[in-house]
Design a protein around this ligand. Structure first.
Ligand SMILES: Nc1ncnc2c1ncn2[C@@H]1O[C@H](COP(=O)(O)OP(=O)(O)OP(=O)(O)O)[C@@H](O)[C@H]1O
Length: 666
């Protein structure tokens, strides 16, 4: 019963209980006269029921009229109610109601207030904590359990007193007790301040645990052994000569950092970051070249088949002319081809493998794997990351991310990684002009499509994301093609979507790349990796449904050549607040790092990194935007503690890691 419910809240021991902190506080310490109540602020009133009625308009509800000593009348409304509540609120009863007063349908009202009838008990002495909970576990039970847990906690602090004094932080247990049962003089508003010392202490402890475990992981890696890979240029030189462009300074710097790491005898863990279109792919290819020149195998892994395929095609184009064999391995590869690929990887006849996490199944063995390149690593699940770790603890790893990661997040979640940033776009690009257009004006956009094609340019048209149904999504795409073809009969229109077989997809893409298809209608498969510099118009339908990272990625498919490019975001009303906020950000910004920063603000770091899906718990207490000073303190302290007070490190990690295994940063 209760244990199972606690488990749902991730509570399995007294530490978990003690760290289950209030979501907010209710103030039942005093009574506010209705006449004095501010609207929109929770207040407790005490009043006599003067009338009770069930109304049916505008919908069925219980409406109770109460009047207090100030002589003011207030309506209490309940859209869902039980007979017991009707009894509680019988005419003549004196009750206390806690809620926000606002001007409503009937006049001044409280909707679904918390009602108390035990008024003879007197007022509460301090604020009442309200905890996150699940169905069937009520607040009083949770409160009792937490109070009991607090009594059983050992009194010792993980951090020495001198250190706390230096950091101006209160003791741990004192902070916890404060937050669970705040002293009477504190108001609910004070307690929401993240700068309250008690909150600061918890946030700091959490951040410190994270920094410590990241540092330890890093030390462990640096003391591990890997083969030093030194290239001699016999692959990279012809590759560079055939490219048709020179590397930017930022690309050169990144590749220098990477080849330097590869030449070390401990495993590389480097993140290659760069905005859309900044030219990450060639840098990865050059890293792969260096490893292959040294005689070692390279595996390139992406989280989805579509993404992996883009890399496969690009690497084919670059490496096949140089006589390098590449195998493709994904979940959809048939048994026979799969066996063949596995054999070739095991006996070393193939140097380069590209694919999804199918590359790291137990039954795939490499002859001499030297480098693993992982694209969009944060989109992999925990199990997949572990599989990778097991395969390649002593292997050099290069992570690639097209999602720019804000500095605070990088400092926190990627503290174990070295980072190379490509902060420069290839020369000759003009920024993409973004337009927000109501979908009722779709025909104007069709004119723009025609205009663009007449000028010899090409167009992407992205169909709406329909998460519930892939079939419906495909249908929409087919309809869009028909509609566009009717409106623009003179144009050649292609269609690409997730259900096409790899060969069919490749054929559609090839036609667009060579320019025989002018308009490419697509489901969001073109999100990442597609690169057709002649395309200069991107139309995105139902842009309001898409996330910022995705919009930025999609928009980044144009503006990759010298031509001035446009991105038209079609939206449909009504727009929710979040959708509005996202569209505003994408309209006002072109810099991926700035967009990511604002995205982080809108969504919070957990969702930003796709943590919900991958199951990696993120920070519970600290907030990376507002707690940057604490994060910096924790980052500075971690190495000092590790070298000078290992016993403190142990104690602190034990307390926090039993909570959250995720700090290990798998
Ligand atoms: N130094 C350069 N000079 C000119 N063009 C370049 C240079 N580097 C890369 N490019 C070209 O720029 C385009 C974008 O490169 P690439 O596909 O590697 O981008 P990316 O960083 O992977 O971006 P995205 O995340 O948007 O896919 C490609 O057409 C590539 O050939």
């Amino acid at each position: 019963g209760t244990l199972a419910k606690l488990a749902k809240l991730n509570i399995s021991n007294i530490w978990d209980l003690a760290l289950h902190l209030p979501l907010r506080y209710e103030d039942e310490t005093h009574i506010t006269p209705i006449a004095d109540a501010q609207t929109g602020v929770p207040v407790q009133i005490e009043a006599t029921v003067i009338h009770q009625q069930i109304q049916f308009r505008p919908r069925k509800q219980l409406v109770v009229q109460v009047k207090d000593v100030s002589g003011h009348v207030l309506y209490l409304r309940f859209l869902h109610f039980y007979p017991s509540q009707q009894k509680q609120l019988a005419e003549g009863n004196v009750i206390r109601a806690l809620g926000e007063i606002r001007h409503g349908f009937f006049g001044d009202e409280m909707v679904h207030p918390k009602i108390r009838t035990d008024i003879d008990k007197g007022l509460a002495e301090s604020l009442t904590p309200v905890y996150p909970t699940v169905n069937g576990l009520n607040q009083p039970t949770l409160r009792r359990l937490i109070q009991a847990a607090l009594k059983h906690l050992p009194a010792d602090d993980t951090l020495p007193a001198e250190l706390l004094q230096q950091l101006q932080l209160p003791p741990f247990l004192e902070s916890l007790t404060f937050l669970h049962s705040p002293p009477p003089e504190y108001t609910a508003r004070d307690l929401h301040e993240g700068t309250l010392p008690a909150w600061q202490r918890l946030k700091f402890d959490e951040l410190l645990a994270q920094q410590l475990s990241m540092r330890l992981a890093r030390q462990q890696r640096l003391s591990g052994h890997a083969t030093a890979l030194r290239g001699n240029g016999h692959i990279s030189q012809p590759l560079l000569a055939n490219l048709g462009f020179a590397l930017t300074t930022a690309q050169q710097r990144a590749i220098a950092e990477i080849t330097n790491d590869l030449a070390q005898t401990h495993p590389m863990h480097r993140l290659l970051q760069g905005d859309v279109g900044s030219g990450k792919t060639i840098v990865c290819a050059l890293a792969a070249a260096a490893a292959m020149e040294a005689g070692f195998q390279v595996a390139v892994m992406a989280p989805t088949e579509i993404l992996a395929e883009q890399h496969y095609l690009k690497f084919q184009q670059w490496f096949a002319p140089l006589g390098i064999r590449i195998v493709w391995l994904s979940g959809s590869v048939r048994k026979k081809a799969r066996e063949e690929a596995k054999n070739e990887l095991a006996n070393g006849t193939v140097q380069l493998a590209v694919g999804t996490h199918a590359l790291f199944q137990d039954d795939v063995a490499f002859h001499n794997l030297g480098l693993v390149i992982v694209d969009e690593q944060h989109r992999f699940g925990v199990a997949q990351r572990l599989a990778l770790k097991n395969k390649g603890d002593d292997v050099h790893q290069l992570m690639m991310s097209a999602t720019p990661i804000p500095r605070t997040l990088a400092m926190s979640f990627f503290a174990d990684l070295d980072v190379s940033v490509i902060d420069e776009l290839p020369p000759g690009r003009t920024p993409v002009v973004t337009r927000l257009v109501n979908s009722t004006r779709r025909h104007e956009v069709e004119k723009l499509v025609k205009h663009t094609c007449i000028q010899g340019r090409q167009v992407y048209w992205v169909c709406p994301l329909i998460e519930e149904s892939e079939t419906l999504q495909l249908q929409t795409a087919v309809d869009t093609v028909a509609q566009l073809q009717t409106a623009l009969p003179e144009l050649t229109i292609g269609l690409i979507h997730g259900r096409l077989k790899p060969a069919e997809k490749a054929a559609v893409m090839a036609a667009f790349v060579e320019g025989s298809t002018q308009v490419l209608v697509a489901t969001t498969v073109i999100e990442v990796g597609v690169d057709v510099p002649n395309a200069s118009l991107m139309v995105i339908e139902h842009a309001e449904r898409m996330g910022l990272a995705q919009l930025h990625q999609l928009r980044g498919r144009v503006g990759r050549g010298a031509a001035a490019s446009r991105c038209v975001l079609l939206f449909s009303e009504p727009l929710g607040d979040l959708a509005k906020a996202r569209l505003k950000v994408i309209y006002e910004n072109t810099d991926g790092f700035e967009i990511a920063r604002q995205d982080l603000n809108i969504r919070g770091p957990g969702e930003f990194l796709g943590a919900r899906q991958s199951g990696v718990p993120m920070l519970r207490f600290a907030n990376l935007e507002e707690d940057l000073p604490l994060l910096e303190k924790a980052r500075d302290l971690a190495p000092i503690l590790i070298s000078q007070q290992p016993e403190v490190v142990n104690k602190h990690l034990q307390r926090w890691l039993s909570q959250r295994a995720a700090y290990l940063g798998v």
